[in-house]
Design a protein around this ligand. Structure first.
Ligand SMILES: [Zn+2]
Length: 181
């Protein structure tokens, strides 16, 4: 089915990091990747995706406790903060679009990266590990520091992401039964 591109009638358009322009409504809130006209598959994240898409819940809880957020709009550490970290590190690889004016899409923020969802997952985990290393290194508790460093020595990002994505794939069938529209 094709719809004519009526200005103002079909929702807003946004430019992806590769330069391709799409209508925001082409991105369904259940989508995780977008097969782009440029030939690449881009990771897609919206603010309605829970942070445990990327990180186990205990880690999300740790971050929520450890990181004081100053934004009133996003008081609790969540997906927007994770993507904010990626955006800060890789500003040319990720675009963010505020779609809060469009009530129909079901989300208010949209992030798209040049790389696919798996790579984005790895990037997020790598950056969060760095963030936590930084936080722990400022801790007065030297025992906690050495424990954390020991755990991180054994931590393999690629293995973690592989395993986590396998587990989530099974769960997602229950979590997003009709989310793909
Ligand atoms: Zn593209």
């Amino acid at each position: 089915m094709t719809e004519p591109r009526v200005p103002g009638g079909g929702g807003e358009t946004t430019e992806l990091p590769c330069g391709t322009e799409i209508r925001v409504r082409e991105i369904d809130m259940g989508m995780r990747e977008f097969d782009c006209a440029c030939g690449e598959t881009h990771a897609v994240v919206t603010d309605v995706h829970p942070p445990d898409r990327f990180l186990p819940e205990f880690l999300v809880a740790t971050l929520q406790e450890a990181i004081e957020t100053t934004s009133e709009e996003m008081p609790e550490f969540g997906t927007p903060h994770l993507l904010g970290i990626v955006l800060e590190e890789l500003p040319s690889e990720v675009t963010v679009t505020d779609v809060s004016d469009d009530q129909e899409v079901g989300y208010t923020m949209l992030w798209v990266s040049t790389f696919d969802a798996r790579r984005l997952h790895e990037v997020i985990v790598e950056l969060v590990v760095e963030l936590m290393e930084h936080a722990v290194s400022h801790s007065d508790d030297s025992n906690a520091v050495s424990q954390f460093e020991q755990r991180m020595l054994e931590f393999n990002v690629t293995e973690f992401v592989d395993q986590y994505r396998r587990e989530r794939e099974i769960e997602e069938e229950d979590v997003y039964p009709a989310g793909r529209g």
